[in-house]
Design a protein around this ligand. Structure first.
Ligand SMILES: C[S@@+](CC[C@H](N)C(=O)[O-])C[C@H]1O[C@@H](n2cnc3c(N)ncnc32)[C@H](O)[C@@H]1O
Length: 227
């Protein structure tokens, strides 16, 4: 189920300022100057007090609902999922990148609670769905006819760099330490690895997620085929 946040708009805006690590008055724009513009997407509170949110300039003074509705008209066809069994700190960053690259939805598999700090409040503009178990997640993906692409360094993984990514898919990322669970590995239509050249076993999940999402963008927004 898509999660709803219950905070009032003012509380959320204050949180956005804090997440930025800036005093409220140093980011964004101040109160609207001159005659107020007309239209349902303008937020009277923001026009009055200014807009300090982490949003593109074109969305300044828009209501939260209007921004989400506009994003919904052009979301991409890939989803991202991350396993959450140990409160992995990468999840917030994955959510933020999913927002930047306009993933259709983000899926949290496992614990419902996750550390939102790295998300910089971008989760409010994203549809975040929770699945309590891998089984629930797989059932959802199969029901949507979405290929499950596990991303991890398994012996049977194929290189992301030369894999023809499908337009509709869900990427799944694992946690620091254990990586993807055997259940996700078994359910995946393919597992993809990102080539490394140094001595470390792996990069962190948020970095891997950014690379995978951008590979999708290169293929399906810029038409760059890998073959
Ligand atoms: C730190 S890694 C997990 C450890 C890894 N399973 C190992 O054998 O050391 C956490 C997650 O980041 C992603 N990841 C990290 N490096 C990767 C790589 N080179 N290729 C694909 N995924 C990677 C995967 O989603 C993985 O589950």
């Amino acid at each position: 189920m898509t999660e709803q946040r219950e905070e009032g708009a003012g509380v959320v805006r204050e949180a956005e300022g804090r997440e930025h690590g800036h005093p409220d008055q140093t980011v964004g724009v101040g109160p609207w100057k001159g005659m107020w513009p007309e239209g349902d997407h303008w937020d009277p509170e923001l026009l009055t007090h200014g807009d300090r949110r982490n949003v593109l300039d074109k969305y300044r003074y828009w209501t939260h609902e209007a921004i989400v509705a506009e994003l919904d008209t052009r979301r991409h066809e890939f989803h991202v999922a991350i396993e959450n069994w140990q409160h992995d700190l990468n999840i917030g960053t994955v959510v933020r990148t999913a927002n930047a690259f306009l993933a259709k939805e983000v899926h949290i598999i496992g614990r419902r609670r996750w550390n939102r700090r790295g998300a910089m409040v971008t989760d409010r503009y994203q549809h975040v769905r929770h699945h309590a178990t891998v089984e629930d997640f797989v059932e959802w993906a199969r029901g949507e006819d979405l290929p499950i692409l596990g991303v991890d360094i398994f012996p049977d993984s194929v290189p992301l760099e030369t894999y023809e990514l499908p337009r509709r898919c869900v990427f799944v990322f694992g946690q620091e330490g254990p990586g993807l669970t055997p259940e996700v590995h078994a359910a995946a239509d393919a597992t993809l690895s990102i080539e490394q050249f140094g001595s470390t076993r792996s990069i962190n999940a948020a970095s891997a997620a950014a690379i995978a999402m951008h590979a999708w963008v290169r293929r399906w927004v810029f038409g760059q085929r890998v073959g």
